[in-house]
Design a binder for this molecule. Structure first.
Ligand code: ADP
Length: 254
Protein backbone atom coordinates (compact mmCIF):
# COMPACT_ATOMS: atom_id res chain seq x y z
CA UNK A 1 0.00 0.00 0.00
CA UNK A 2 2.86 2.38 -0.88
CA UNK A 3 2.46 5.91 -2.10
CA UNK A 4 4.38 5.24 -5.31
CA UNK A 5 6.71 8.23 -5.17
CA UNK A 6 8.66 9.39 -8.16
CA UNK A 7 11.85 11.35 -8.64
CA UNK A 8 11.66 15.10 -9.06
CA UNK A 9 14.15 16.85 -11.32
CA UNK A 10 14.27 20.63 -11.39
CA UNK A 11 16.73 21.82 -14.04
CA UNK A 12 17.88 25.39 -14.54
CA UNK A 13 14.70 27.07 -13.34
CA UNK A 14 14.56 30.86 -13.23
CA UNK A 15 11.72 33.14 -12.28
CA UNK A 16 11.50 36.90 -12.35
CA UNK A 17 8.75 39.15 -11.02
CA UNK A 18 9.10 42.38 -12.92
CA UNK A 19 12.81 43.10 -12.56
CA UNK A 20 13.27 40.95 -9.46
CA UNK A 21 15.12 37.65 -9.84
CA UNK A 22 13.21 35.44 -7.39
CA UNK A 23 14.95 32.30 -8.71
CA UNK A 24 18.13 32.22 -10.82
CA UNK A 25 19.11 28.99 -12.55
CA UNK A 26 18.00 26.70 -9.74
CA UNK A 27 18.56 22.96 -10.15
CA UNK A 28 17.72 20.24 -7.67
CA UNK A 29 16.79 16.59 -7.58
CA UNK A 30 14.70 14.67 -5.08
CA UNK A 31 14.94 10.89 -5.18
CA UNK A 32 11.78 8.79 -5.09
CA UNK A 33 10.98 7.81 -1.53
CA UNK A 34 13.08 10.53 0.08
CA UNK A 35 12.62 13.71 2.09
CA UNK A 36 14.17 16.86 0.65
CA UNK A 37 14.18 20.11 2.61
CA UNK A 38 14.43 23.65 1.25
CA UNK A 39 15.78 26.14 3.74
CA UNK A 40 16.96 29.72 3.56
CA UNK A 41 16.14 33.19 4.84
CA UNK A 42 12.88 34.99 4.10
CA UNK A 43 12.65 36.09 0.51
CA UNK A 44 15.22 33.56 -0.73
CA UNK A 45 12.77 31.94 -3.14
CA UNK A 46 11.57 28.82 -1.29
CA UNK A 47 7.85 29.37 -1.76
CA UNK A 48 8.37 30.51 -5.33
CA UNK A 49 10.18 27.24 -6.02
CA UNK A 50 7.30 25.21 -4.50
CA UNK A 51 4.89 27.22 -6.62
CA UNK A 52 6.92 26.49 -9.74
CA UNK A 53 6.91 22.77 -8.96
CA UNK A 54 3.16 22.58 -8.40
CA UNK A 55 2.49 24.59 -11.54
CA UNK A 56 1.13 27.80 -10.02
CA UNK A 57 3.71 29.88 -11.84
CA UNK A 58 4.67 29.58 -15.46
CA UNK A 59 8.28 28.65 -16.07
CA UNK A 60 10.38 31.43 -17.54
CA UNK A 61 13.29 29.11 -18.13
CA UNK A 62 14.36 25.54 -17.39
CA UNK A 63 12.43 22.30 -16.99
CA UNK A 64 10.74 20.38 -14.20
CA UNK A 65 10.36 16.63 -14.54
CA UNK A 66 8.47 14.18 -12.37
CA UNK A 67 9.52 10.62 -13.13
CA UNK A 68 9.51 10.34 -16.92
CA UNK A 69 7.13 13.20 -17.53
CA UNK A 70 7.72 16.89 -18.06
CA UNK A 71 5.78 18.96 -15.52
CA UNK A 72 6.39 22.37 -16.96
CA UNK A 73 4.26 24.96 -18.68
CA UNK A 74 0.70 23.72 -18.12
CA UNK A 75 -0.34 24.47 -14.51
CA UNK A 76 -3.17 21.99 -13.92
CA UNK A 77 -1.02 19.13 -15.18
CA UNK A 78 1.02 19.07 -11.99
CA UNK A 79 -2.01 18.12 -9.90
CA UNK A 80 -3.06 15.56 -12.49
CA UNK A 81 0.46 14.13 -12.48
CA UNK A 82 0.16 13.51 -8.75
CA UNK A 83 1.60 16.59 -7.06
CA UNK A 84 -0.14 17.57 -3.81
CA UNK A 85 0.76 20.46 -1.57
CA UNK A 86 -0.18 21.98 1.74
CA UNK A 87 -0.25 25.69 2.48
CA UNK A 88 1.32 27.71 5.28
CA UNK A 89 -2.14 28.72 6.47
CA UNK A 90 -4.54 25.78 6.87
CA UNK A 91 -7.35 26.25 4.37
CA UNK A 92 -10.10 24.10 5.87
CA UNK A 93 -13.49 25.81 5.48
CA UNK A 94 -15.92 26.10 8.43
CA UNK A 95 -18.87 23.79 8.87
CA UNK A 96 -17.26 20.52 7.83
CA UNK A 97 -16.12 17.58 9.94
CA UNK A 98 -12.60 16.19 10.18
CA UNK A 99 -13.67 13.19 8.07
CA UNK A 100 -15.19 15.42 5.41
CA UNK A 101 -12.12 17.65 5.37
CA UNK A 102 -9.91 14.65 4.66
CA UNK A 103 -12.24 13.29 1.99
CA UNK A 104 -12.28 16.66 0.24
CA UNK A 105 -8.70 15.87 -0.74
CA UNK A 106 -10.06 13.20 -3.08
CA UNK A 107 -12.25 15.52 -5.09
CA UNK A 108 -9.62 16.33 -7.64
CA UNK A 109 -8.83 12.71 -8.39
CA UNK A 110 -12.00 10.76 -7.72
CA UNK A 111 -13.43 8.74 -10.56
CA UNK A 112 -17.16 8.83 -9.82
CA UNK A 113 -18.63 11.17 -12.42
CA UNK A 114 -21.01 14.00 -11.65
CA UNK A 115 -23.79 12.19 -13.48
CA UNK A 116 -23.31 8.98 -11.51
CA UNK A 117 -23.44 11.07 -8.33
CA UNK A 118 -26.70 12.75 -9.36
CA UNK A 119 -28.25 9.42 -10.34
CA UNK A 120 -26.79 7.71 -7.26
CA UNK A 121 -25.51 4.87 -9.40
CA UNK A 122 -23.75 1.91 -7.75
CA UNK A 123 -20.42 3.25 -9.03
CA UNK A 124 -21.05 6.44 -7.02
CA UNK A 125 -21.96 4.54 -3.86
CA UNK A 126 -18.89 2.36 -4.26
CA UNK A 127 -16.71 5.45 -4.66
CA UNK A 128 -18.29 6.99 -1.55
CA UNK A 129 -17.71 3.83 0.46
CA UNK A 130 -14.12 3.70 -0.73
CA UNK A 131 -13.57 7.36 0.20
CA UNK A 132 -14.99 6.75 3.65
CA UNK A 133 -12.80 3.73 4.22
CA UNK A 134 -9.68 5.53 2.97
CA UNK A 135 -10.32 8.63 5.05
CA UNK A 136 -10.65 6.45 8.16
CA UNK A 137 -7.42 4.68 7.34
CA UNK A 138 -5.59 8.00 6.91
CA UNK A 139 -7.08 9.41 10.12
CA UNK A 140 -6.00 6.30 12.01
CA UNK A 141 -2.50 6.71 10.58
CA UNK A 142 -2.22 10.31 11.83
CA UNK A 143 -3.84 9.50 15.17
CA UNK A 144 -7.01 11.53 14.58
CA UNK A 145 -9.51 8.64 14.29
CA UNK A 146 -11.39 9.76 17.42
CA UNK A 147 -12.00 13.22 15.94
CA UNK A 148 -13.66 12.07 12.71
CA UNK A 149 -16.96 13.81 13.46
CA UNK A 150 -15.60 16.94 15.13
CA UNK A 151 -15.82 20.25 13.32
CA UNK A 152 -12.44 20.71 11.66
CA UNK A 153 -11.96 24.48 12.08
CA UNK A 154 -12.48 24.34 15.83
CA UNK A 155 -9.44 22.10 16.36
CA UNK A 156 -6.06 23.38 17.55
CA UNK A 157 -3.56 24.50 14.93
CA UNK A 158 -1.38 21.38 15.31
CA UNK A 159 -4.33 19.10 14.67
CA UNK A 160 -5.41 21.16 11.68
CA UNK A 161 -1.92 20.87 10.22
CA UNK A 162 -2.01 17.08 10.61
CA UNK A 163 -5.40 17.27 8.91
CA UNK A 164 -3.92 19.27 6.02
CA UNK A 165 -1.30 16.59 5.51
CA UNK A 166 -4.00 13.88 5.74
CA UNK A 167 -6.02 15.68 3.10
CA UNK A 168 -3.00 15.81 0.79
CA UNK A 169 -2.26 12.14 1.53
CA UNK A 170 -5.66 10.80 0.55
CA UNK A 171 -5.05 12.02 -3.00
CA UNK A 172 -2.20 9.42 -3.02
CA UNK A 173 0.30 11.97 -4.27
CA UNK A 174 3.45 10.83 -6.02
CA UNK A 175 5.07 14.04 -4.83
CA UNK A 176 4.04 15.80 -1.63
CA UNK A 177 5.01 19.46 -1.15
CA UNK A 178 4.80 20.77 2.42
CA UNK A 179 5.02 24.50 3.09
CA UNK A 180 6.06 25.14 6.70
CA UNK A 181 3.78 22.52 8.18
CA UNK A 182 5.54 22.66 11.56
CA UNK A 183 5.21 26.39 12.21
CA UNK A 184 3.20 27.26 15.29
CA UNK A 185 3.24 23.70 16.64
CA UNK A 186 4.44 22.62 20.06
CA UNK A 187 7.19 20.01 20.43
CA UNK A 188 4.81 17.05 20.74
CA UNK A 189 2.92 18.10 17.65
CA UNK A 190 6.15 18.58 15.71
CA UNK A 191 7.20 15.06 16.72
CA UNK A 192 3.92 13.56 15.51
CA UNK A 193 4.18 15.44 12.27
CA UNK A 194 7.78 14.34 11.77
CA UNK A 195 6.77 10.74 12.42
CA UNK A 196 4.00 11.03 9.83
CA UNK A 197 6.35 12.50 7.22
CA UNK A 198 8.84 9.67 7.84
CA UNK A 199 6.07 7.13 7.36
CA UNK A 200 5.09 8.72 4.05
CA UNK A 201 8.72 8.52 2.94
CA UNK A 202 9.09 4.94 4.17
CA UNK A 203 5.94 3.98 2.25
CA UNK A 204 7.69 5.21 -0.91
CA UNK A 205 6.43 8.79 -1.05
CA UNK A 206 8.60 11.63 -2.32
CA UNK A 207 8.44 14.62 0.00
CA UNK A 208 9.76 18.14 -0.56
CA UNK A 209 9.33 20.54 2.33
CA UNK A 210 9.99 24.18 3.07
CA UNK A 211 10.76 24.48 6.76
CA UNK A 212 12.15 27.08 9.15
CA UNK A 213 12.67 24.71 12.07
CA UNK A 214 16.35 23.85 11.53
CA UNK A 215 16.41 21.11 14.18
CA UNK A 216 13.44 19.42 12.51
CA UNK A 217 15.05 19.69 9.09
CA UNK A 218 18.28 18.13 10.37
CA UNK A 219 16.43 15.21 11.95
CA UNK A 220 14.04 14.63 9.05
CA UNK A 221 15.66 15.38 5.71
CA UNK A 222 17.67 12.99 3.59
CA UNK A 223 18.92 15.96 1.59
CA UNK A 224 18.90 19.69 2.24
CA UNK A 225 19.08 22.56 -0.23
CA UNK A 226 19.95 26.00 1.07
CA UNK A 227 18.57 28.88 -0.95
CA UNK A 228 19.91 32.43 -0.73
CA UNK A 229 18.81 35.31 -2.96
CA UNK A 230 17.17 32.94 -5.43
CA UNK A 231 20.18 30.67 -5.85
CA UNK A 232 21.27 27.34 -4.39
CA UNK A 233 23.95 28.21 -1.85
CA UNK A 234 24.59 24.65 -0.67
CA UNK A 235 23.19 21.15 -0.97
CA UNK A 236 23.96 18.00 0.95
CA UNK A 237 23.14 15.66 3.79
CA UNK A 238 22.17 17.12 7.18
CA UNK A 239 25.74 16.51 8.41
CA UNK A 240 27.22 18.30 5.41
CA UNK A 241 24.86 21.25 5.73
CA UNK A 242 25.51 21.60 9.45
CA UNK A 243 29.25 21.73 8.74
CA UNK A 244 28.93 24.22 5.87
CA UNK A 245 30.60 27.48 6.95
CA UNK A 246 28.23 29.88 5.19
CA UNK A 247 24.98 28.14 5.96
CA UNK A 248 24.29 29.22 9.50
CA UNK A 249 24.93 32.87 8.82
CA UNK A 250 22.87 32.77 5.63
CA UNK A 251 20.15 30.77 7.27
CA UNK A 252 19.85 33.20 10.12
CA UNK A 253 19.97 36.01 7.59
CA UNK A 254 22.78 37.96 9.26
P1 ADP B 1 10.69 32.64 0.65
O1 ADP B 1 9.60 31.64 0.48
O2 ADP B 1 12.06 32.03 0.69
O3 ADP B 1 10.47 33.55 1.82
P2 ADP B 1 9.59 33.79 -1.74
O4 ADP B 1 9.67 32.71 -2.75
O5 ADP B 1 8.28 34.02 -1.10
O6 ADP B 1 10.72 33.57 -0.64
O7 ADP B 1 10.03 35.17 -2.40
C1 ADP B 1 11.21 35.31 -3.20
C2 ADP B 1 11.24 36.73 -3.76
O8 ADP B 1 10.23 36.85 -4.77
C3 ADP B 1 10.94 37.79 -2.73
O9 ADP B 1 11.73 38.93 -3.02
C4 ADP B 1 9.46 38.08 -2.95
O10 ADP B 1 9.14 39.40 -2.58
C5 ADP B 1 9.31 37.85 -4.45
N1 ADP B 1 7.97 37.38 -4.83
C6 ADP B 1 7.42 36.19 -4.49
N2 ADP B 1 6.21 36.03 -5.04
C7 ADP B 1 5.98 37.16 -5.76
C8 ADP B 1 4.89 37.63 -6.58
N3 ADP B 1 3.81 36.87 -6.76
N4 ADP B 1 5.01 38.84 -7.15
C9 ADP B 1 6.12 39.59 -6.97
N5 ADP B 1 7.16 39.22 -6.23
C10 ADP B 1 7.11 38.03 -5.63
Amino acid sequence: DGVDGVALDVAGVSKTFGGLHALSDVSLTAAAGSITALIGPNGSGKTTLLNMICGYYRLDEGAIRLGDGELSRVPYKAARAGVARTFQTPTIPPGISVGEAVRSGRYTTQHASFLSAVLRLPSYRRARARDLEESRRVLALVGLADLENEEAVSLPLGTRRLLEVSRALIAKPRLLLLDEVASGLDEDEVDRLAELIRRIRDAGGTVVLVEHNFRLVLSLADKIYVLARGEILAAGSPAEIEAHPQVLTEYLGV
